[in-house]
Design a protein around this ligand. Structure first.
Ligand code: S3P
Length: 442
C-alpha cells in the first residue's frame, strides 16, 4: 500500500489529512496517510521512518531542520531555507508553499506589486519576502522590536538589500498589500490582529496565512473596510496540490481545488469549533448594549441583542409580558438564544433574564465566551427605574429589584467565563476585556 505522511509538532488543528484525502480521491488513490507529531530532538528517529513512505510534507517547526537529512533541495527551498514537501524517490526537498501563496494571490486578483508590508520572517515570511522583492514590490517588513536585528540579518542572508525593517507598532497606513506570516490571530489567540485598523483600512489587499479560525480578526477588519481578503486556506490547498504533482505527477482542475477550499472552510468550523462569540450577560441596566457596541467595533464583530431580535419577531417586550405573561416571553427568549448560539464572530448582548435557563447558557457556550458585566445595583437601578420598555423595572420598586438583583447574582457568576467590573468607564472595560480575552482560550 502506498504511504504518505505529514511531519510537524503540536499539530492540534491540522487540515492536511482532510485535504490530502480529497486530493488522493480526485486521483483515484487511497493510500495510508499519517501524521507524525514529533519534537525537534526526535527527527533523527522519525526521518528514516518517513523515508519509507512515498512522500511526505513538513510543517512548523521542522521546515528548516529537515534539510540536513535530505540529498538536495529545489531552488525555492534552498533560497528560503524551508522545505515543506519531500520526494522520497530522490530524497529532494521542495517548497510548494510558494506555489500555494502565488496561486492564492493570483486567484484572488491580488498583484504582488506596489508597497507591500509583511509581518513575520519565519519559514513562510522568508518565502513571501523573496517573492515580493522578485515581483518588483517595495517591501517593508514589520517585526517585534526584539526581532528587528535578527530580521535585518535574515533579509541579508536571503540576498534582499533594499527592504525596510520597522517595528510592528511603527506601521503607518501607506501600504497596498498586507501579508501576515505571523501566528498572530491564530487559534487560540483569535482576538489578536497583526495590523492596526488604519493600516488595514489604507490597504487594497490583505493576505492572512492563518486558516484557523476561518475568519480571523484581520480578515473581519479587511471586510469591514472593503479591502480584498485572501485566506490561508487557499494557500494550504494549493500547496498540497503542488505536492501531489511532485509525488506522482498529479494535475488538478481549478474548479476541483476551489471546491476543496470551500469544503475545508466548512470543515474547519465544524471540526475545530472556536468560541468566537462574546456573550454579554448581567442585570438590566448593567451596560451590556453600550459595551457590546464598543467590543464589536474593536474586533469588527457583528452585534446582536436578544431583546431586539425578540421585538423584531414578536413585537414589544412590554406587550408580550402584558398580553402573554413572563413564561411566554421566556419561551421566545430561549428560541432566540438557540438561534444566536449558531452565530460566529458576534457580540451577543443577552437579556438580563436569559441566563436563568441553563439550556440557554449551554447553547450559547458552544460557540461563545460568557462575560458577566458585574455592575453595582445602584448604578443599574439608576438606569432602569421606571423604564416602561422593561416590564420588570417599570414600577421602579427598589426593594423588589434589589431582591431580584441579589437572587440573580449567583446565576450570572456561575455561568460566567469572564467577569468584568461594570463600575469602570467604557474605555476601561474595553481594555479589561481585551486583556482577559487574550488569555482566555489558551
Ligand atoms: C429582563 C431583561 C431585559 C428584557 C426583559 C426581561 C430580565 O433585558 O429581556 O425586560 O428578566 O432581566 P435587559 O437586560 O437588556 O434590560
Amino acid at each position: 500500500m502506498e504511504k504518505y505522511a505529514l511531519l510537524g509538532y503540536r499539530l492540534r488543528h491540522t487540515m492536511s489529512p482532510f485535504i490530502h484525502r480529497r486530493l488522493f480521491d480526485l486521483s483515484g488513490k487511497s493510500p495510508d496517510y499519517r501524521v507524525y507529531d514529533c519534537p525537534a530532538d526526535g527527527l533523527s528517529v522519525v526521518i528514516p521512518e518517513l523515508m519509507k513512505t512515498n512522500g511526505f510534507n513538513i510543517t512548523i517547526p521542522h521546515k528548516e531542520a529537515v534539510i540536513p537529512y535530505l540529498d538536495g533541495t529545489d531552488e525555492h527551498a534552498s533560497r528560503y531555507r524551508a522545505v515543506n514537501t519531500v520526494d522520497v524517490k530522490t530524497r529532494v526537498g521542495y517548497n510548494t508553499d510558494v506555489t500555494g501563496f502565488l496561486k492564492s494571490l493570483g486567484q484572488a486578483g491580488c498583484p504582488l506589486r506596489g508597497k507591500v508590508l509583511l509581518a513575520g520572517l519565519g519559514g513562510a515570511g522568508r518565502m513571501m519576502a523573496c517573492e515580493a522583492v522578485k515581483a518588483g514590490a517595495e517591501l517593508t517588513v514589520a517585526l517585534r522590536p526584539e526581532s528587528k536585528e535578527k530580521g535585518i540579518d535574515t533579509l541579508a542572508s536571503l540576498g534582499i538589500k533594499n527592504a525596510k525593517v520597522i517595528a510592528l507598532e511603527k506601521m503607518r497606513p501607506e501600504y497596498d498589500v498586507l501579508l501576515n506570516a505571523t501566528p498572530v490571530g491564530m487559534y487560540p489567540k483569535i482576538f489578536d490582529c497583526p495590523f492596526t485598523d488604519e493600516v488595514i483600512a489604507g490597504s487594497k489587499h490583505v493576505f492572512d496565512a492563518i486558516y484557523n479560525p476561518l475568519r480571523t480578526v484581520l480578515s473581519l477588519k479587511a471586510s469591514k473596510y472593503g479591502v480584498n481578503h485572501i485566506s490561508g486556506m487557499a494557500m494550504l490547498v494549493y500547496q498540497a496540490a503542488a505536492a501531489h504533482e511532485i509525488w506522482y505527477g498529479a494535475k488538478f482542475r481549478d474548479a476541483d481545488l476551489s471546491r476543496i477550499i470551500d469544503d475545508c472552510n466548512a470543515e474547519i468550523s465544524k471540526d475545530f469549533p472556536v468560541k468566537s462569540n462574546i456573550v454579554l450577560t448581567g442585570f438590566m441596566g448593567s451596560g451590556k448594549s453600550s459595551l457590546g457596541k464598543l467590543i464589536a467595533g474593536e474586533y469588527a464583530f457583528g452585534l446582536t441583542d436578544t431583546d431586539s431580535l425578540i421585538e423584531s419577531k414578536y413585537g414589544k417586550i412590554s406587550d408580550i409580558f402584558a398580553s402573554l405573561g413572563e413564561k411566554a416571553f421566556r419561551e421566545k427568549e430561549s428560541e432566540i438564544a438557540l438561534a444566536v448560539s449558531e452565530y460566529r464572530n458576534s457580540v451577543i448582548a443577552a437579556g438580563g433574564g436569559l441566563p436563568l435557563s441553563s439550556l440557554n447558557v449551554q447553547a450559547l457556550k458552544r460557540n461563545g465566551i460568557i462575560v458577566y458585566l458585574d455592575t453595582p445595583f445602584e448604578l443599574c437601578y439608576k438606569r432602569i427605574r421606571g423604564d416602561f420598555a422593561r416590564p420588570l423595572a417599570s414600577d421602579g420598586d427598589r426593594d423588589r429589584l434589589l431582591a431580584l438583583y441579589s437572587a440573580r447574582k449567583a446565576v450570572y457568576e456561575n455561568c460566567a467565563d469572564i467577569t468584568l467590573d461594570g463600575s469602570l468607564s467604557l474605555p476601561e472595560m474595553l481594555k479589561s476585556i481585551k486583556e482577559k480575552l487574550k488569555n482566555y482560550l489558551s
